[in-house]
Design a protein around this ligand. Sequence first.
Ligand SMILES: Nc1nc2c(c(=O)[nH]1)N[C@H]1C(S)=C(S)[C@@H](COP(=O)(O)O)O[C@H]1N2
Ligand SMILES: [Mo]
Length: 405
Amino acid sequence: MDKEQQGSLKPGVNRRTFLLGTAGAVPLLTHTFGTPLLAAGQEGGERLGQAAHAAGLISRQRNPDNLEFPFSTLNTFLTPNEQFYVRTHFGVPEIQTKAWKLTVEGAVSQPLQISYDELRDMPSVNVTALLECSGNSRVFLKPPQSSIRWELGGVSNAEWTGVKLADLLVRAGVQDQAVDVILEGADTGEFHDPDPKTPGVISYARSLPVQKALRPEVILAYRMNGKDLSPAHGYPVRAIVAGWYGMASVKWLSRIILTDRPFDGYFQTFMYAVWERRHGLPTLVPVSEIQVKSEIARPSLHQVIPARSHYRVVGAAWAGETEVTKVELSTDGGRSWQAGRLIDQAVPYAWRLWDYDWETPAQAGHYTLMARATDARGRSQPMAREKDRRDAMITHVLPVEVEVR
Ligand SMILES: Nc1nc2c(c(=O)[nH]1)N[C@H]1C(S)=C(S)[C@@H](COP(=O)(O)O)O[C@H]1N2
Ligand SMILES: [Mo]
């Protein structure tokens, strides 16, 4: 076995402690995969730095910025802030914390306004949660879709610090008739294209039902992995709606409005809505809970892998409001499946890293790898694309073709 192959087998577990928030020390298991295996033929000559850790983001669009986490460099349980994917529709509003105010209004008995300092003085919690854009993996859809064509990195995992939304809602006094909580961002803009147009300039806004808004995993976050939010990720304050697709986690939060009927805003009808069949009739429903999914980080597409060796296949899997119970791997295009190893323990709302020791075949040629996750509710990833989901919630099994040589 050569040096490269041995390197690829090292488990590289790295445990450290994260100091976060007013809650004090929060011990966290932080698994690393170690240095990714170099493709055959790359072993000689100079190395281009410390590969994985130095990698930045991949541009899918600039101004407004839509930037992808380079998923093939996945190494750690928490995504470094500099590598956390960015999804913006209108651009980043400039907000001074001194001037920032958050209002809670609508169907509440005591409308209120809170400053940044007041919010930071409230009891805080830490929630480890992944965000996945509901369009993540859109590049794999046929026919090609017009919105941001994410590959595998429209997803990242962080530890967020903030105040429970429930604490603010209780303070404001939710009235009985309230059913929906609208979260509004300070960013505004207008779409002329694609259709339909926005009704002039609108702000980014999304709602969630009161029952979800009152859950402890829904927070108003001001820190991400122990640092104040950066402008791109919602400075000064954003919502984190753990377990739901990213579009619900409104950044640059400015207003919270309780309403006595469901909100049908642009970003939950024309965008981020899917068909659901009720009584045989397709009806449009807002995208909400993250569905079970796994992704292979390494090997990546068309990677060359030595024959008759051990290759450590690595990736991550997640399941929204429930847990991943199993990740299975196929190296023969889905004919047979073997169990992958789930690493560390499950953390609610976060992803779970996994690996699989692939004994590569003696026979040179092209091989198709697949990963398929199952959750605690017994749901597995479908093999084929679910058409009713339009261009969102892409969870079918994604093949990775590699070359064994
Ligand atoms: N105000 C505001 N909030 C927003 C968005 C936005 O454009 N404006 N994009 C949403 C979408 S679609 C996603 S996937 C997440 C991405 O969060 P991130 O950029 O911190 O990764 O933010 C959500 N919150
Ligand atoms: Mo998104």
